[in-house]
Each structure stands twice: as C-alpha cells, then as structure tokens.
Design a protein around this ligand. Structure first.
Ligand code: ADP
Ligand code: MG
Length: 263
C-alpha cells in the first residue's frame, strides 16, 4: 500500500549543522498493518511521518502510495489518504470553534443522510458518534473545544479522524502528553476504532510494552534506520528485556564494524 525506497533526509546541507536524519530507509507498509514504532529521541520517527505525509520532501528516494509515486505531491494532495494525530492535543481540533462545528468541518465524510433534514440529521449523527467516547461530550456540542481537557480533545480528534476514513493513520505519541488515566482511555478508544474501521496504522510510542502489546508488526528505529522489523510469532513472544538486548546487540555490531573499518 505504501512503499518507501532508499529514503534519505538531510537537513542543513552545506552548513555546519548538517544532519543526515533518514538513511537509505526502505519500508513497505501493507494494507491492514498495525505497526508500532519505537526508537530513541532523534532517531527520525517523526521525520519518517513527515516524509510519508508529504510534509517534507526527502532529499532522495521514492514514496509510493497504492503503486503511484507521490514523492513530489504536496501534503494537501495526500491528506485524503492520511490521518495524523500528534502528541499535542491542541493540534487536532480548533479551540475557538464548538465541538459540532469542528465535526462539521472534519467529521462529515461518513455521514449519509437525506438532504431535506440534513442539519438535524447531521447533528443527531454527531451526537450518536460522540456518545461512543463516553465522555459526556454529546451534551456539550455547543461548547468551544478550547474548554475541553487534553484527553477529551485527543479523543475528539481520534473520532473525527476515524469518521473521515483515512487509508493510513499516523499516530505520533498521541497519548504521551496525557495523564495516565486519560492516556489509557484514549488508547482504548484508539484500538477500538482501529478494529472497527480496519485502518492501516503506524503508532509511535515510547512505551516498549505498548509497542509489543499492540499491532501486528513492530519497528525499532535508530539513527535514521529501521534496525528491527518483527511481526507474527516473533513479535508475540517478544519481551521488553529481549527488545533492549536486541538494541544493544545491533548497536554493538555497528560499533565493531566501524572499528574494523577504521583499523
Ligand atoms: N524540519 C527540520 N529541520 C531541521 N532539522 C530537523 C527537522 N525535523 C527534524 N529535524 C532533526 O531531525 C532529527 C530527528 O528528529 P525527529 O524525526 O523528530 O526524531 P524522533 O521523532 O525520532 O524523536 C533531530 O535531530 C531533529 O532535530
Ligand atoms: Mg518525534
């Protein structure tokens, strides 16, 4: 469904701050994959999302969506395929607009109603949808989104994104800014909606156990490369300890080969 070939991303080329962030990265994302992604700060995880979404054009390499090259397509052209949720709950919704107006702008796609009573029907549809969050938001539809908590905003973002039925969902530590109770609530909703709509998903998390427990495939990124890509039984049987061990083994191997190169 999505294919990345030999992606390189270099920031600040020709300056002392040159930063080679993605390195010859190859990745195939299959329809229905639920990929969890871990990796230390600065490994290039968010940059990878930016390249997939078209927010950044890679320095070299090719991006294909459904067998069509989109490397040069701007972000807005890919927006209909891709839904993205960021760590910051403020980014997914417009705080100065009401819940219902936010939904009108972003959550209308799945609505099929009669034209005659469009407005009333639509409001009922949104109300029904909001009850699924179990946060009492269906009774606050005229409230400005700016009055909601971070967890409520993130849940609303998740709902609106789901209703717009993207082909690929990119989650970037979307529960990391929430308190533990809200984080687990939003995570539950996430996995419910993913199951229900059969989304293809990438989920960056800094929680290794979560990365093991969720999804069918796990990637570990390090210094702009995918250094672990596991699925099936191997992923099911993975433990946090084994994952950390794998990380150190791979790093050590790189280090020794670098030493060998230098000697
Ligand atoms: N638009 C940008 N311009 C310059 N440098 C960037 C830009 N985006 C990311 N970087 C740099 O790329 C590196 C990887 O960042 P990022 O992809 O955000 O890592 P991660 O999400 O894995 O923590 C960091 O060193 C960061 O400073
Ligand atoms: Mg990041």
């Amino acid at each position: 469904m999505i294919k990345l070939e030999k992606i390189n991303m270099v920031f600040g080329e020709g300056t002392p701050n040159r930063n080679h962030v993605l390195r010859d990265l190859d990745l195939k994302i299959n329809k229905g994959d639920f990929i969890t992604i871990i990796g230390s700060n600065g490994a290039g995880k968010t940059t990878l999302y930016n390249v997939i979404s078209g927010n950044l054009r890679p320095t070299s390499g090719q991006v294909e969506i459904n067998n069509k090259p989109v490397t040069r397509d701007p972000e807005y052209k890919r927006a209909k395929y891709i839904g993205r949720i960021f760590q910051d709950p403020l980014l997914g919704t417009a705080g100065n607009m009401s819940i219902v107006d936010n939904m009108l702008v972003n959550g209308s796609k799945g609505f099929k109603g009669l034209k005659i009573s469009l407005n009333r029907k639509k409001r009922e549809y949104f109300r029904d949808q909001l009850t699924r969050l179990d946060m009492d938001l269906e009774n606050r539809m005229k409230d400005n989104v700016g009055m909601l908590s971070g967890g409520q905003r993130q849940a609303l973002t998740l709902l609106m994104m789901s209703l717009s039925r993207p082909e690929l969902v990119l989650l970037d530590e979307h529960t990391a800014a929430l308190d533990p109770r809200n984080a687990s609530k939003v995570l539950d909703l996430t996995s419910r909606f993913i199951d229900e709509y059969n989304f293809t998903v990438m989920m960056i998390t800094h929680n290794m156990q979560q990365a093991i427990d969720f999804g069918n495939r796990l990637l570990m990124m390090d210094e702009g490369r995918v250094i672990v890509d596991i699925s099936g039984e191997e992923k099911k049987n993975m433990t946090v300890e084994a994952l950390i061990k794998k990380f150190h083994e791979i790093r050590k191997k790189d280090f020794t080969s670098d030493e060998a190169l230098l000697s």
